[in-house]
Design a binder for this molecule. Structure first.
Ligand SMILES: [Zn+2]
Length: 284
């Protein structure tokens, strides 16, 4: 099993370091950290997809835009074809058809945009996330975050209910259809109700947990006292469906990242420093 770290989307919100904690320019830089896993017997597996080709070509097509203008402007989303998962996978010498599985942390527009670039893939998702994303939307955030135009082209959905099989004290969904037992989903509700992390056991036994949007900033893990920039604090609060669930799960993850530091690595979707360190093979 080989894991690649891909950035499949860049947002440059006005506010700079108030978002990413390091930019000196007025614009910050937020990434969409996805994983590409080369498995021995199960083909290529993607974890999240970031923005896709159709987002780049026609992000705001009416009447059903893939990305809505208010969110495009708020995050200052840069849409670049070369950053799409499909183009990066091709650059690694594979084809779209080689991607047999996509495991998604959730279906927000910045995670699901590339799904329809992989028509042969089975998309693994928590049932609650699927229902919330495709059902009728109430509220401004729900209407902007989940975009039917990105989801309608998916042919093979595989949905999972909550399961209680433990993973370091968390609930976990094992036995993902067609996937090896080294890849499992860890429900982490709060950002959305159906939000889940994806845990991968590397060949050396070390675990990598892609925590999706369970947290947004590197200072929220691996230290006893949470540190987060004001911009990302506000964005997390805007996007949460439940503050208590989100903060409780984040606290549990923080404890895990300290207590089990030798056994597992926790990374999130949007922190650029975590992404760069993962990509360089450095510990977080
Ligand atoms: Zn996100």
């Amino acid at each position: 099993m080989r894991i690649h770290h891909l950035n499949c989307g860049t947002d440059c919100p006005l506010g700079g370091a108030l978002f990413d904690g390091r930019s000196v320019a007025p614009l910050g830089r937020i990434v969409c950290h996805c994983l590409l896993i080369e498995t021995d017997a199960h083909g290529l597996v993607l974890v999240d997809t970031g923005y896709g080709l159709h987002d780049v070509a026609q992000p705001h097509a009416r009447p059903d835009p893939r990305i809505t203008l208010p969110w495009r402007l708020m995050l200052n989303i840069r849409l670049r074809e070369r950053e799409t998962a499909i183009r990066q996978i091709e650059a690694l010498g594979h084809r779209a058809a080689d991607v047999r599985h996509i495991v998604v942390t959730h279906l927000d527009f910045d995670h699901a945009g590339g799904l329809d670039d992989f028509p042969n893939a089975r998309v693994h998702v928590m049932r609650r996330e699927y229902d919330d994303a495709t059902g009728p939307h109430t509220g401004v955030v729900a209407r902007n975050r989940w975009r039917r135009a990105q989801l309608d082209g998916v042919r093979h959905w595989q949905c999972y209910g909550a399961q209680g099989e433990g993973w370091f004290g968390f609930d976990a969904v094992r036995d993902l259809h067609g996937l090896p037992p080294e890849i499992l989903m860890v429900p982490l509700p709060g950002h959305t109700w159906g939000h889940a992390g994806v845990a991968i056991r590397r060949d050396d036994g070390h675990w990598l947990l892609h925590a999706g949007d369970a947290y947004f900033y590197r200072g929220e893990m691996r230290r006893a006292r949470r540190r987060c920039t004001p911009g990302l604090r506000a964005y997390q609060r805007l996007m949460e469906v439940d503050a208590t669930a989100r903060m409780t799960n984040q606290e549990r993850l923080r404890a895990l990242s300290i207590e089990r530091a030798g056994e597992l690595t926790v990374t999130c979707t949007h922190d650029p420093v975590e992404y760069e360190r993962c990509r360089a093979g450095h510990p977080l």
